[in-house]
Write a protein of this length. Structure first.
Ligand code: FAD
Length: 379
């Protein structure tokens, strides 16, 4: 009998896992991949959309392209997860699994930051990025703040990338001299586990006249005063606020009772939850790596190896190292890569490559290779 696997969420984690299981098990697999959306997009494409570098349609990849042995995609919203019974309810039916994998990512709680919806903007949701694409051309002078409201948040380099790309955007429009850019971050440096990458980003900020405000969170926006209220009570007036909203698990995950302190706890070595036959990967977990696609993908590789080993009765695979390489846009078409390893040593280590034209090309190939592997698309 084919192994019945149900994967919830077709993001980085769900897509990589589905691909690996299909490659290894083929028709010995009976996998249902469920997502409420009809398309995928890379997290970083929100920056492309926001700054008008690509259209929304150009960055969407339809799930209708998924055609893999042993795999069926269902566009349905998951409405309940019974982890004990490995049973999932959606708006289209009920699914029972031998192996259940929760890869539902992180949602946003915009209302958790008072005033953000009324007086600011967020660039972390696709809709937020699309709204900013319309709003940004109207910003021609004054103070722009890129601000983080809460931790943890996806892709720690993204706020830095946003500030650097905003510099380019304003420069290209000839208004940079009449604008100030500040970035408010909860850390002392942009990427704490990677000192060299942080140094490179800080140098890029200095070079471009971007003010880095370390060790602070934006707690609220005062729409009447056009001011960001920081966690030390101080106020920063702004003319444009680009926020990173509070993150949380999707409602259905919170209601499932699988979370502790807001996220699904998993074993660091194999991503198993405390429920037999149930794994969780990616942003929805508290595994201890940053919330980023490359880490979701890395975790999915470990889960795939574990499921395949159990199906074949072979030895357990090597444990998860929590390592990954994230691309960082430095502006002017220049991309670097920060490689971080969270679990191999006593503390996380990180290094930077580039920015260089070679890494810019590597990022393009990163996206293209996922489109090929996950969706069978040649371009
Ligand atoms: C501006 C920005 C830039 C980024 N840049 C990078 C980068 O350069 N590199 C990088 O590695 N990461 C980057 N990220 C982070 C990256 O996008 C996420 O960390 C990654 O997508 C997480 O993968 P995941 O599989 O855990 O979850 P996701 O990719 O979020 O997938 C979760 C899926 O679950 C689905 N879902 C949720 N709830 C339900 C439900 N109830 N029913 C059905 N389906 C549901 C969603 O539709 C979604 O498709 C960036 C993020 C942002 C916001």
């Amino acid at each position: 009998m084919a192994l019945k696997v149900v994967v919830l969420g077709a993001g980085f984690g769900g897509l990589e896992l589905t691909t690996l299981l299909s490659e290894a098990l083929g028709n010995d697999l009976d996998l249902t991949l469920i997502d409420k959306s009809d398309h995928f997009y890379f997290g970083y494409s929100k920056l492309d959309v926001m700054f008008g570098r690509k259209t929304a349609d150009a960055v969407r990849v339809s799930y209708s392209n998924i055609a893999k042995p042993g795999v069926r995609f269902r566009q349905e919203a998951v409405t309940a997860i019974d982890a004990d019974a490995r049973r999932v309810t959606t708006d289209g039916g009920t699914y029972d699994a031998d192996v259940l994998v929760v890869a539902l990512g992180a949602d946003y709680d915009i209302a958790a930051t008072p005033g953000l919806a009324e007086g600011g903007n967020e660039f972390y949701s696709f809709a937020g990025a699309e709204r900013l694409r319309e709003a940004l051309p109207k910003f021609t002078s004054g103070h722009a703040i890129v601000g983080v409201t809460s931790t943890p948040f996806k892709c720690p380099p993204a706020p830095s990338e946003c500030a650097l790309l905003l510099h380019d955007y304003l420069t290209e429009r000839g208004v940079r001299d009449s604008c100030q850019i500040s970035i408010v971050m909860p850390f002392g440096v942009p990427i704490p586990p990677a000192p060299e990458a942080s140094k490179a980003l800080m140098a890029a900020f200095v070079e471009r006249g971007i003010t880095f405000v370390p060790g602070k969170l934006v707690r609220a926006i005062d729409p009447a005063k056009h001011a960001a209220i920081l966690d030390d009570g101080s106020e920063m007036p702004f003319d444009l606020f680009l926020g990173v909203p509070k993150h949380l698990v999707p409602d259905v995950v919170a209601a499932s009772g699988m979370t502790e302190d807001g996220w699904i706890p998993v074993s660091r070595s194999d991503l198993k939850t405390k429920y037999p036959g149930v794994y969780a990967v990616g942003d929805v977990t508290s595994v201890g790596t940053p919330k980023a696609g490359v880490f979701s993908e890395g975790a999915a590789k470990i889960v795939a190896a574990s499921i395949i080993a159990e199906a074949r009765g072979t030895a357990s695979p090597a444990g998860y190292k929590g390592d990954g390489g994230c691309y960082i846009e430095f502006g002017a078409g220049s991309v670097g890569r920060v490689d971080v390893d969270f679990f191999s040593g006593p503390s996380p280590t990180g290094s930077i490559s580039g920015p260089s034209p070679a890494i810019t090309a590597e990022k393009d190939e990163f996206g293209a290779s996922r489109r090929r592997r996950w969706f069978g698309l040649s371009e």
